[in-house]
Design a protein around this ligand. Structure first.
Ligand code: HEC
Length: 153
C-alpha cells in the first residue's frame, strides 16, 4: 500500500515536467503540423484559385459571394495574417472565444474541425505554432509583441 502511494505521489510530481518536456522537444512547425490542417480545412476557400490579399481587398463583396477568402497557400502568404500586413488576423479568426467577455469565437473557428474535440486539438496546434496568441489588431500590436510571435517554419 505504502509503495503504491509513494508511486502515485512521485508520478504526480514528475508528470507535469514530462509533459513540458514533450512540449519543448516536439516543436510545432508549419511544415510538420500546420500545413496539413490548412490543406484539409482551409484551402477549399483560401487555395490556389483564391485571390491574393490585395486583390481580395479590392473586390471583397465579389469574393465573399463566391466564398473565397484571401489566398493562404504558401508559408509567406499565411504569415502575413499572423505577423505581417494583417498581423493578428489569423488568431482573431481562429480563436474559440473562451477568453473573451462575450465568449464569441472567431468566424473561421468553425472550420477547424467537425467536432468540438477536433477544433480544440487543431486550435492548440495553431496556438503553439504562433507562440503568442493575441486578439489585437495590427495597429494595436507593439514591436515587442510582434517579436513574441514566433511562427517557426
Ligand atoms: C467555406 C470557406 C472557408 C473556409 C473553409 C475557411 N475560410 Fe477563412 N475566410 C473565408 C472568407 C469568404 C473570408 C473573407 C470573409 C471574412 O472576412 O469573413 C475568410 C477570411 C479569413 C481570414 C481573414 C483574412 C483577412 O481579411 O484578414 C482568415 C485569417 C481566415 N479566413 C483563415 C482561415 C483558416 C485558418 C481556415 C481553416 C481553418 C479558414 N479560414 C477556412 C472563407 C473560408
Amino acid at each position: 500500500m505504502f509503495r503504491i502511494k509513494k508511486f502515485l505521489v512521485v508520478s504526480a510530481v514528475i508528470s507535469p515536467f514530462m509533459l513540458l518536456g514533450t512540449a519543448l522537444t516536439s516543436e510545432v512547425t508549419y511544415e510538420s503540423h500546420v500545413k496539413k490542417i490548412m490543406a484539409e480545412k482551409c484551402l477549399v476557400c483560401h487555395g490556389q484559385d483564391a485571390p491574393t490579399l490585395e486583390e481580395f481587398k479590392k473586390n471583397k463583396d465579389k469574393y465573399m459571394n463566391i466564398m473565397k477568402g484571401p489566398r493562404m497557400v504558401t508559408y509567406e502568404e499565411v504569415v502575413e495574417f499572423v505577423k505581417g500586413k494583417d498581423a493578428g488576423a489569423l488568431m482573431r479568426r481562429l480563436d474559440d472565444g473562451k477568453n473573451r467577455k462575450d465568449g464569441k469565437p472567431g468566424n473561421m473557428y468553425q472550420y477547424l474541425g467537425s467536432t468540438e474535440e477536433e477544433r480544440a486539438k487543431n486550435l492548440e496546434i495553431f496556438k503553439r505554432w504562433v507562440g503568442f496568441w493575441t486578439l489585437k489588431r495590427r495597429a494595436e500590436l507593439t514591436e515587442e509583441e510582434l517579436k513574441l510571435i514566433k511562427v517557426p517554419r
